[in-house]
Design a protein around this ligand. Structure first.
Ligand code: CA
Ligand code: CA
Ligand code: CA
Length: 211
């Protein structure tokens, strides 16, 4: 029975840890600013991030955060093009799910470029995100296959000026079990249940036969 509990615990840890967010401070909550305010930062002084200037907002100007209380405005101040980036440890050949939320500040034609880049500067993914809604969050998600032990995510403003491109909830996780299997067969939650049942059945069978 103790062994059975251990296997359950092991399966639980495996299934939860594989979905941990690999992006550090992807929700921009770490550098805490006061509620209903904004503050300018150099990207390098924001936990996990590098790049140009950026702003952090805390439920400011009538827009609640997508997650937590804070989010970032890509078009900060003092420059024309704003770019922030972060690398994660990755494993070549492994699939990863990436997602984030974005919103327009003042106009629908705000836009930025989202890129996923491998360790040898090869582009794994590149898309201009230009379908923003003003003061409301849209979500973007994709899945990619890592090519190296380091993968970089970069957000670069396309629309110029110091207003716009609000982003929050940036997440990268190892792809779900079903995504990993999608090329061969579609696997859903009940199949995971089947997997659990099979391992328990095999364990009980082993126990019975060893008696
Ligand atoms: Ca947030
Ligand atoms: Ca805050
Ligand atoms: Ca700004």
């Amino acid at each position: 029975m103790l062994k059975l509990k251990f296997i359950f615990l092991l399966l639980f840890i495996t299934s939860t840890s594989s979905h941990a967010n690999l992006i550090l401070n992807g929700g921009f909550e770490n550098n805490n600013i006061s509620s209903n305010s904004w503050k300018a930062f150099s990207a390098n002084s924001v936990t996990g991030w590098e790049g140009s200037a950026m702003e952090l907002w805390d439920n400011f100007s009538g827009l609640q955060a997508f997650e937590g209380d804070q989010y970032a405005e890509l078009n900060a101040n003092g420059e024309n093009v704003y770019s922030i980036f972060q690398s994660i440890d990755s494993q070549a050949g492994e699939l990863y799910d990436v997602s984030f939320a974005y919103a327009a500040r003042t106009k629908k034609n705000e836009s930025f470029l989202f890129e996923i880049i491998d360790a040898s500067n090869g582009f794994l993914f590149s898309q201009i995100i230009d379908d923003h809604i003003q003061k409301a969050w849209s979500t973007f998600e994709t899945t990619f296959e890592a090519q190296s032990d380091l993968t970089l995510f970069r957000f670069t403003s396309i629309s110029s000026g110091t207003l716009g491109n609000l982003i929050d909830g940036i997440s990268a996780t190892t792809a779900s079990f079903s995504a990993q299997q999608s090329a061969a067969v579609s696997v859903s939650e009940p199949n995971l249940g089947l997997l659990f049942s099979c391992s328990i059945f095999l364990l009980i069978r082993r126990k019975v036969s060893s008696k």
